[in-house]
Design a protein around this ligand. Sequence first.
Ligand code: KIV
Length: 266
Amino acid sequence: MRKKITIPDLLNMMREGHKISMLTSYDFPFTRIMDAAGVDVILVGDSAGVVFAGHDTTLPVTMEDMLYHTRAVVRALPKALVVADMPFMSYQTGIEEACRNCGRMIKDGGAEAVKIEGGTNMAPVIRAVSSIDIPVMAHIGLTPQSFHRMGGYKVQGRKDQAEKIIEDARAVEAAGAFAVVLEAIPAKLAAQITAELSIPTIGIGAGPSCDGQVLVIHDILGLCEKYSPKFVKHYAELGPIIDDAVKQYVHEVREGHFPTEDHSFN
Ligand code: KIV
């Protein structure tokens, strides 16, 4: 039986050159399946706001939403490390509120680590939260909670912006983050940051050199019609399979073919 994955295990994987696999999950059944399939880290992403709840951005997601999803994931008892995203406005308004909310995600949600978006600007928060023994995964490059400042979901760190991303990476490592997500930055820049940092880099749209990769589960299963960035790979197309199953059910109910005696009580 596979053993529980811890933060030191991820650091060892990085040192030994074993790539780290991470996927998002928001509920019990998907967590059971992906954990049995061997994923290393489960991210309860605030992408739930888009792929699960149907918002256009992650900005409306609340602490209560994230606690609900995190508890559902944790109930599946995954061997993978469970990291929960801190939603917009749960950590940006001050260090005390950030520590309290991150603490809730661990204590009430059951997460084993939290993820915070931001680089040099969030370094004091990452330092404070890490110093009370709440492990923090940082997230730099394209940070979806900065949607309005960035003017949409755009690649970050091209040309003269590259130095800013490198500064962010150095700042989150120095502040105590145990890993950092690099989202939508040029592959060469991600390779440079990965070579420089001593914590694992987890890429999403950041090329093949990162220590690990993360994608959104609905994206890899072909379940997100709204938005499909270049960095997504569809490993399955579940949309048509669900469509066929539902059509068949509706047809059988209408025609009186379901339920049969097999589905009825004596
Ligand atoms: O919310 C999320 O799913 C994320 C990943 C895409 C990194 O932050």
